[in-house]
Design a protein around this ligand. Structure first.
Ligand code: HEM
Length: 396
């Protein structure tokens, strides 16, 4: 690991850095605002203003080869519909289609169901010694919520549960294993076929029936393949990230018991607390891009064809942007880059916020206090997301 006298070293594969990234992030911002990693051949930017400007400039910093270093370098042809990995004009068309159903109003309609599911997860632990924020809550609620959004019947939901996060795990210090299947998995295929014959008022039916003008000017419906891709993108983007918001809520509030008590007494503060949690411990702390043209940054030329990582987890703690950025403060109001910025801004942000709020309301209503079992808590091994693999807490 870097010391104060050696040049700063950063890569998203280092388990040591991932376990405690903020000292490295601080050095990146202060000492190497444009950083180059020789070993893995990528650039990185870490200041808030630079990340915001870079992520916004999709024409220079393109998503079309992916947003993960190894994916960009692997050079896969992405199937149509993986909008997170598309640039305009195709991205605009696909995003327009999905935005029709990802409205805050549609998300709010799920609230009662999400709340009831949280109660089912938590009630068995009332009166017990404790529970695990991941195994008993985080690993269950987000996937079930995506299932509700897609209209998947309850009895079919269990089978989908462990699929996407297994894909995101990495071995210590190693990149993610990339396969084209990542983007076009077939886990939902049976359900798509069933829903085509049994329409309802969910996203899946909307995707099956939507008519739109494609990038060739043809008025048509989505193909089965495209629908499967959409659904895999939604579940890939919305599951693992939200699991980690729930985990971080467990550990960060345990570290800040006074603020937890405040939230218990005044649940109207919970949405602000979730926002601060997202800033403080972002589940997806970096977004990579492919550089489409030579670009001058900090007096250096970043050549066309390079890979660049915008370290949003570092940007969120930039003292050029935030007062006392390392202080967790549920009363803080302000932006963060945890949901990205610009044309790829997270489509599921309203849903993720809703889940975070409802989970926390339901936890605090039953358990005003908890203590993390630090001997057993373990961080997830992943180069793409940040959070707990397991977070057991005692509630007595
Ligand atoms: C707290 C949880 C979440 C976090 C931190 C998060 C983060 C992000 C980020 C950073 C991006 C942009 C990636 C980039 O610019 O390369 C993104 C895009 C996206 N997210 Fe989320 N996300 C979360 C939850 C969700 C949920 C619950 C869903 C859906 C159910 C979802 C669906 C999407 C989709 C479809 C995109 C692609 C948007 C586009 O490319 O236009 N996300 N998310």
């Amino acid at each position: 690991m870097s010391t104060a006298t050696s040049p700063v070293y950063y890569d998203p594969y280092s388990a040591e850095i991932a376990a405690d990234p903020q000292p490295t992030y601080r050095r990146l911002r202060d000492e190497a605002p444009l950083y180059y990693n020789d070993a893995h051949d990528f650039f990185a930017m870490s200041r808030y203003a630079d990340c915001e400007a870079g992520i916004k400039d999709w024409a220079t910093f393109s998503s079309k080869r992916g947003n993960i270093v190894e994916l960009i370098k692997a050079g896969f042809e992405m199937p149509s519909g993986v909008l997170i990995y598309e640039d305009p004009p195709v991205h605009t068309i696909h995003r327009g289609l999905l935005s029709r159903v990802f409205t805050p109003k549609k998300m709010l309609a799920l609230e009662d169901k999400v709340r009831a599911f949280c109660a089912d997860c938590l009630d068995p632990h009332v009166g017990s010694e404790g529970f695990d924020f991941i195994a008993d809550l985080g690993a269950l609620v987000p996937m079930r919520t995506i299932g509700m959004l897609l209209g998947i019947p309850d009895e079919d939901q269990e089978a989908l549960r462990d699929r996407p996060e297994a894909q995101m795990r990495t071995k210590d210090g190693k990149p993610m294993r990339m396969t084209p299947k990542f983007a076009a998995g077939a886990a939902f295929a049976d359900y798509v076929d069933w829903r085509a014959k049994n329409p309802s008022d969910d996203i899946m039916t909307m995707l099956i029936e939507a008519e739109f003008e494609d990038e060739h000017g043809v008025e048509r419906r989505l193909t089965r393949e495209e629908i499967l891709t959409y659904v895999n993108v939604i579940s890939g983007a919305g599951n693992e990230t939200t699991i980690h918001v729930i985990g971080w809520a467990g550990s960060v509030l345990a570290e800040n018991p006074d603020q937890r008590t405040e939230l218990h007494h005044d649940p109207s503060l919970i949405p602000g607390a979730i926002e601060e949690l997202l800033r403080y411990q972002p589940p997806a702390p970096h977004a990579a891009r492919y550089v489409t043209r030579d670009v001058e940054l900090y007096g250096q030329t970043v050549p066309a064809g390079s890979t660049i990582v915008f370290v949003t987890g570092a940007a969120n703690r930039d003292d050029r942007r935030f007062e006392e950025p390392d202080r967790f403060d549920i009363h803080r109001r302000g932006p963060h880059l945890t949901f990205g910025f610009g044309i790829h801004f997270c489509l599921g942000a309203a849903l993720a916020r809703l889940e975070g709020r409802v989970v926390l309301e339901e936890v605090l209503a039953r358990f005003p206090e908890w203590h993390v079992d630090e001997g057993k808590a373990r961080l997830a091994q992943s180069s793409t997301v940040s959070g707990w693999e397991t977070l057991p807490v005692s509630v007595r």
